[in-house]
Design a binder for this molecule. Structure first.
Ligand code: IMP
Length: 179
């Protein structure tokens, strides 16, 4: 385990196994719906999850990326804005938004609003992690990897001041490193 962590919350094996399951859930959902979603990943955090999950979706999906700036330190400001936009029209598309974590829900609300304003027909959300106890707006993911307690976590795309993203598992950062 990394020296800056107090515990490992989700192991590498658990992430891979859950991505296999979620890939099937998502494939079944869109097969029943009769459509193929465009996967939209919000950089940088969700790109690691996108890579693992998209391999398990048994459809000819396409992917696109947005970069939002939203988080400073460990607290969401809710003041999110686009740093890099999608490079195609999403008019009348079914979007599957890929998120790393839904915490307060403010970022998700903002990004869903942006995608709806761009003319998306439908926006569903797949999030690797969900921290429901921290929610301040009424938003939720449609497909969730792991529900976790109110702890600040890093790894598998999640960072603290841009660090720890490339770790292959999700760990709890020692409080003394950010408090
Ligand atoms: P929200 O707007 O509060 O839901 O925050 C969403 C964003 O905050 C995520 O996309 C992450 O970038 C970041 N975030 C929230 N909780 C954590 C955490 O425990 N570790 C790392 N980043 C987090």
């Amino acid at each position: 385990m990394h020296k800056d962590f107090s515990e490992i919350l989700v192991s590498e094996e658990q992430i891979y196994q859950r991505c296999v399951e979620m890939g099937k859930e998502i494939t079944d959902y869109y097969t029943a719906k009769g459509s193929i979603p465009l996967l939209v990943s919000v950089l940088k955090g969700s790109s690691f999850f996108l890579t693992e999950l998209s391999k398990r979706i048994n459809m000819d999906v396409e992917v696109d990326f947005m970069c939002m700036e939203s988080y400073h330190g460990t607290e969401s400001t809710g003041d999110v804005h686009i740093v890099m936009d999608l490079d195609r029209s999403i008019q009348d598309c079914d979007i599957l938004l890929i998120e790393d974590i839904v915490d307060t829900g403010k970022t998700l609300k903002k990004v869903k609003g942006i995608l709806n304003n761009k003319g998306a027909r439908d926006v569903k959300v797949a999030s690797l992690l969900d921290k429901p106890s921290r929610r301040v707006v009424d938003e939720k993911a449609d497909f969730v990897g792991f529900v976790i307690p109110d702890k600040f976590v890093v790894g598998f795309g999640l960072d603290y001041n841009q660090k720890y993203r490339t770790l292959p598992y999700i760990g709890v950062l020692k409080e003394e490193l950010y408090k």
